[in-house]
Design a protein around this ligand. Structure first.
Ligand code: ADP
Ligand code: MG
Ligand code: ZN
Length: 626
């Protein structure tokens, strides 16, 4: 089933650049004016031709006849024709008759005209108007119209031709201040540090008189979804100051130079509205280190934009009351120049919330929900270590959706449990696609994990075991929840973790004498853990307290990390051997453990196969009985 996403929480701020609908010159004028102009010119031309047509067209011989009989009053000799008036009057209009005739090469003509006393003159025929219309105005009109049309079409994609170099985003100051610090929970340190910025924005003059050092650039750094954008908005709300919000990626344009122009414009507008906040979200999009290899074009553009940003930040003095806030998930890739004094010299870390923070965040996001009395947000928070604010908002939302779908009038603990599972593992598959044999095997596999977790001293308590397939790749899962937040792990605890990860595979081997592909992710994680023990934590007896390999940001894919190999081939072999040994020893250990406790394993697997989901207490009950 697809994930329905609807907003329960009305206060969820929209995070995007505030752009008014863009209108190019042509859209504003409408193409009408151009047509009007063209049509007028055409009429003019036709009118002129019509005037000429009104003259009587006569053969040259007749013209000569008129000339000989002295009936021509005057004439104009043009390149290809002769036009003139006769002495005869037109019957209808009473005016002299006008004629036109083709001009032949006739050297005697001038003499004849002079003899007969005809006033004559020569004129170079003017093609000016028709030339103008046909070779210039019409093609241009067509090009312009096409241009305007394309511009309109592409305007939405940020490629409006008519607006190159102009500030597309028409960066508007936002002034509705309905987000305050009350909407942000669990970021007390960040809030405290931002307090000064707020003081300053509220009253720049007084702040200055008291000798406070003016904050100029503040960088919020932290994992995605921790509420950086929210905090920035809250600062503006608290200070009651306008908020210019633009995302780093908005600066990056197809056309070189536009980004830089936009930065200039942004600061110019902000200065007019001071005191105010400029918020540059996703600063890393423009602020990545300069001077790398050119990746797929667009590189120069980014550098120019970044340079302009540096120039602007140096150029303004914070006494005019502009504070630049920015946010990034990846402070490590930022150009060092951005972090120098006078730029983003104040950095505030917005970290993942701890248990208390999670409770507070859940409170905010369940404020508008009707909750059953049995719901304890503390327990929900306990079950969600590592969740950031955005995840928790999602949990609250999903729980409400589930409750609504089940027709309940209050959100229950069960809904929260299901919502957490959903957020962790993606939506439940509607029907189980496991065959009975597979189900049997998966029961043993998951029981293996759960039993080892219960038996080893450093195993975190099992919260839930399930063999209901979820999302892609996960046929079942065992969920462990730490009793308390942990920031350190000892060597033995890590070995126990590896044992728990191997529990599934070993159980399959012990029971069925054969293994399956279902343990791939477990093995990946246990190998990784063992490798980290050797390479990062210095926990190998043989290799000692050294670290191996240096992580570095890849130059090509900014989200990937490469590893610089700073050790010899010989050491590499030793590392591999050590990793293998850790895993193999753990494997042996688990095998013995499970063989010794085979009856418990059987009991647990049978119960799981029957019920599909077991809670932590149920697992404990089975283990203790066995
Ligand atoms: P970031 O910018 O750090 O990626 P956001 O500010 O965009 O994160 O957060 C996304 C959403 O998650 C917010 O709109 C809010 O609903 C929720 N959220 C994140 N952190 C918090 C928090 N500390 N308190 C309350 N809600 C939060
Ligand atoms: Mg954000
Ligand atoms: Zn497993």
């Amino acid at each position: 089933m697809e994930k329905t996403k609807f907003q329960i929480n009305k206060k969820e701020p929209e995070i995007h650049v505030n752009k008014p609908p863009e209108r190019s010159f042509w859209q504003r004028q409408g193409p009408f004016n151009v047509w009007y102009f063209v049509i007028m010119l055409l009429f003019l031309y036709m009118f002129q031709s019509a005037m000429e047509v009104k003259r009587e067209e006569i053969p040259y011989s007749q013209f000569m006849g008129y000339l000989q009989s002295g009936q021509i009053a005057e004439c104009i000799i043009k390149e290809n024709m002769i036009a003139g008036t006769l002495k005869l009057m037109d019957q209808k209009t009473g005016k002299p008759r006008r004629f036109i005739t083709v001009r032949l090469r006739d050297d005697q003509l001038a003499k004849a005209l002079a003899e007969k006393g005809v006033k004559y003159s020569a004129a170079v025929e003017s093609h000016f108007l028709s030339n103008l219309i046909f070779s210039w105005i019409i093609p241009f009109a067509i090009i312009f119209l096409l241009w305007g049309y394309l511009g309109k079409k592409m305007g939405g994609m940020g490629m409006n031709f008519m607006n190159i170099g102009k500030n597309k985003a028409h960066i508007h100051a936002e002034t509705d201040h309905n987000i305050t610090f009350e909407d942000v929970a669990g970021a007390d340190e960040a809030k405290q540090e931002l307090q000064e910025v707020i003081e300053f924005l509220r009253n720049p003059d007084r702040f200055q008189r008291l000798g406070g050092r003016m904050p100029k650039g503040v960088l919020l750094a932290g994992p995605p979804g921790t509420g950086k954008t929210l905090l920035a908005r809250a600062v503006s709300g608290e200070a009651g100051a306008p908020f210019f919000n633009i995302s780093g990626s908005d600066f990056i344009e197809m056309f070189v130079g536009v980004g830089a122009a936009r930065v200039r414009d942004l600061f110019e507008q902000a200065r007019k509205k001071a005191p105010c906040i400029i918020f540059i979200d996703e600063l890393d999009a423009i602020g990545r280190q300069r001077g790398g290899p050119v990746v797929m074009g667009g590189h120069d553009e980014r550098e120019q934009t970044l340079n302009q940003l540096l120039v602007e930040m140096d150029g303004f003095d914070s006494s005019n009351g502009v504070v630049v806030l920015s946010a990034t998930n990846r402070p490590e890739v930022l150009d060092k120049a951005l972090l120098r004094p006078g730029r983003f010299d104040r950095q505030i870390v917005v970290d993942k919330p701890d248990l208390r923070g999670r409770v507070e965040i859940l409170k905010i996001h369940t404020k508008d929900l009707t909750m059953a009395p049995d719901v304890d947000l503390e327990i929900v928070a306990r079950r969600t270590p590592g969740f950031v604010g955005a995840d928790l908002a999602n949990v609250a939302n999903e729980a409400a959706i589930l409750a609504a779908r089940k027709g309940r009038d209050a959100v229950t603990t069960q809904d929260f449990e299901a919502a957490i599972d959903r957020v962790i593992a993606g939506p439940e598959k509607k029907k189980s696609t496991l065959s009975p044999e597979e189900k049997h095997r998966v029961s043993y596999h998951e029981s293996g994990h759960a039993l080892v977790a219960e038996l080893v001293p450093g195993g975190e308590p099992v919260h839930k075991v399930s063999i209901i397939p979820r999302g892609i790749g996960a046929l079942g899962y065992t969920l462990q929840v730490p009793e308390k937040e942990k920031f350190l792990a000892t060597r033995n605890e890590l070995l126990d973790q590896i044992a728990v990860l191997l529990g599934g595979r070993v159980a399959e081997e012990v029971v069925f004498g054969d293994v399956s592909t279902g343990a791939q992710n477990d093995l990946e994680r246990s190998s990784e853990l063992a490798r980290s023990m050797v390479c990062s934590y210095g926990m190998s007896e043989q290799l000692g307290a050294l670290t191996f390999g240096k992580k570095q940001a890849s130059l090509f894919l900014s989200t990937e990390y490469g590893e610089e190999k700073n050790y010899s081939e010989e050491t590499a072999r030793q590392i591999d051997a050590e990793v293998r040994e850790i895993v193999q020893e753990s494997y042996e250990r688990v095998r013995i453990l499970l063989k010794d406790n085979r009856p418990v394993l059987d009991a647990l697997a049978a119960r799981l196969e029957e019920k599909e989901v077991l809670s932590g207490e149920e697992v404990k009950a089975v283990v203790e009985k066995g």
